[in-house]
Write a protein that binds this ligand. Structure first.
Ligand code: SF4
Ligand code: SF4
Length: 350
C-alpha cells in the first residue's frame, strides 16, 4: 500500500509553505460547463486564449488522460496594508494586492515542484502528474471548490472560510487515486455586497462576471485603448482591482501572511500616481520584471497611470503630464498619448 495518502500530502503541502490543501477527483463537474456559456456571451473580450483553450479547460483529463485526482494547494497573500476601499487620497495609485510582492507564478511554482518531487520520492513506482500555477488551461476554481479549499463566491473568487479570498491557487493533476475531500459549501448566503460595490457593474449577476467591463481586464488584459465610458470608473486603479474582494465580509478579518514574498516591493508600497508617472521607462520596465505586473507591459501601465492621473484631483497632475522627458518615450506612444490627452482634458475641467 502506498504511503502517499491524502492526509500526508495535505500535511506535506503545509510544511512546503502552502496554507491550505485539498484534493478533488478528476471527474466531470457541472460548474466546468459554465465556461462555454460565458464565452458565448462574449464576456471574455479580447482574451482569445480562453476560446482557444476552452476544449482543454472542460476537463483536466484532456490535459492528462490518466488523471484521477487534482491536488489544489493555496497560499495566503494578504499583508498588512489598507484595502483599496479604505484609501481616500485620490493621488495614491491602486495596485491589486496580488501583484505587490514577488511574482506568484515563480514562488508558487517552486513550492509545487517541491511537493511533487517529494510525492515522487514517497510513492512506490512512477505515476503521471502535471503541475500548474494559474497559467495552465485548468478551471482551478472549480477544482478548488470540490477539493474543499473554498467556495466560489458571487464575485467569482474562491473564498476559504478561515483565510478569505486573498489566496493564490495552484494544482497538481495526477494519476494517483487519492481520497477526495468534501466540497466546500457556499457561504455567500443573501449577501450582494460585491455586486453593489463594483464600479462598472461587471458582476452582471451572481457568479457571472462580464470581464469586458471589469477593471482588472481593462487595466491588464486589454492591449488597446480603454473605452472612454469606463475611464472615469478606473479611478486610481493602475493595475487590477480588488473592490469586490475588499468589501467581502469574509475578508474583513482575513489573517495576514508572514511570508516576505508577498510584502509590497518598495516602489509599489502605496505609490503616488505622480511619482509613478515620473519614473523613466528604464525604471518602470525594471520594476515590471520578476513581477506579476509584467502582464500589462510598459505602455499598458503608462496608459493606466495617465487615466488615473486624469481622474485624480492631485495638484501637479496636469504639470506632470505636460512635462516632456526623453527618459519616458513610452509616454509618447500613440496608445499612451491618446490617454494623456483625455486626462489633460479631464483635469482642465476640474
Ligand atoms: S475586480 Fe473590480 S471591476 Fe472587476 S468585478 Fe471586481 S469590483 Fe468589479
Ligand atoms: S461580498 Fe458577499 S456575495 Fe460577494 S463574494 Fe463576498 S460573501 Fe459572497
Amino acid at each position: 500500500m502506498s504511503r502517499l495518502t491524502s492526509a500526508v500530502i495535505r500535511q506535506k503541502a503545509l510544511e512546503t509553505g502552502f496554507d491550505v490543501c485539498g484534493i478533488a477527483r478528476a471527474e466531470t463537474y457541472p460548474e466546468l460547463t459554465y465556461l462555454r456559456e460565458w464565452l458565448r456571451a462574449g464576456y471574455a473580450g479580447e482574451m482569445q486564449y480562453m476560446h482557444r483553450t476552452a476544449e482543454r479547460r472542460a476537463d483536466v483529463r484532456r490535459l492528462l488522460p490518466s488523471a484521477r485526482s487534482v491536488i489544489v494547494a493555496a497560499s495566503l497573500y494578504n499583508v498588512d496594508r489598507p484595502y483599496s476601499t479604505e484609501i481616500a487620497d485620490p493621488g495614491e495609485a491602486i495596485v491589486s494586492r496580488y501583484a505587490w510582492g514577488e511574482d506568484y507564478h515563480e514562488v508558487m511554482r517552486a513550492r509545487l515542484d517541491a511537493l511533487l518531487d517529494w510525492m515522487r520520492a514517497e510513492h512506490d513506482g512512477p505515476f503521471d502528474a502535471r503541475a500548474y500555477v494559474d497559467t495552465g488551461p485548468v478551471q482551478e476554481r472549480v477544482y478548488a471548490q470540490h477539493a474543499g479549499v473554498g467556495w466560489i463566491g458571487k464575485n467569482t473568487c474562491v473564498i476559504n472560510p478561515g483565510l478569505g479570498s486573498w489566496i493564490f491557487l495552484s494544482e497538481i493533476i495526477c494519476s494517483l487515486d487519492l481520497e477526495p475531500d468534501q466540497a466546500a459549501l457556499d457561504q455567500c448566503g443573501s449577501c450582494t455586497l460585491c455586486l453593489e460595490a463594483c464600479p462598472t457593474h461587471a458582476i452582471v449577476e451572481p457568479w457571472k462576471l462580464d470581464a469586458t467591463r471589469c477593471l482588472s481586464y481593462l487595466t491588464i488584459e486589454l492591449r488597446g485603448s480603454i473605452p472612454e465610458p469606463w475611464r472615469d470608473a478606473v479611478g486610481a486603479h493602475v493595475y487590477g482591482c480588488d473592490i469586490c474582494q475588499d468589501v467581502c465580509p469574509w475578508n474583513h478579518h482575513a489573517p495576514l501572511s508572514l511570508d516576505p514574498a508577498w510584502l509590497p516591493r518598495p516602489a509599489f508600497d502605496r505609490p503616488r500616481l505622480i511619482a509613478l508617472w515620473r519614473r523613466s521607462d528604464a525604471e518602470l520596465g525594471g520594476l515590471l520584471q520578476k513581477s506579476a505586473m509584467s502582464r500589462a507591459g510598459l505602455e499598458g501601465l503608462r496608459r493606466n497611470v495617465a487615466v488615473a492621473l486624469g481622474n485624480s484631483r492631485e495638484t501637479g497632475a496636469r504639470g506632470a503630464l505636460d512635462e516632456s522627458d526623453s527618459e519616458r518615450p513610452s509616454a509618447r506612444a500613440p496608445l499612451v498619448a491618446e490617454h494623456v490627452e483625455w486626462a489633460r482634458s479631464k483635469l482642465s475641467k476640474t
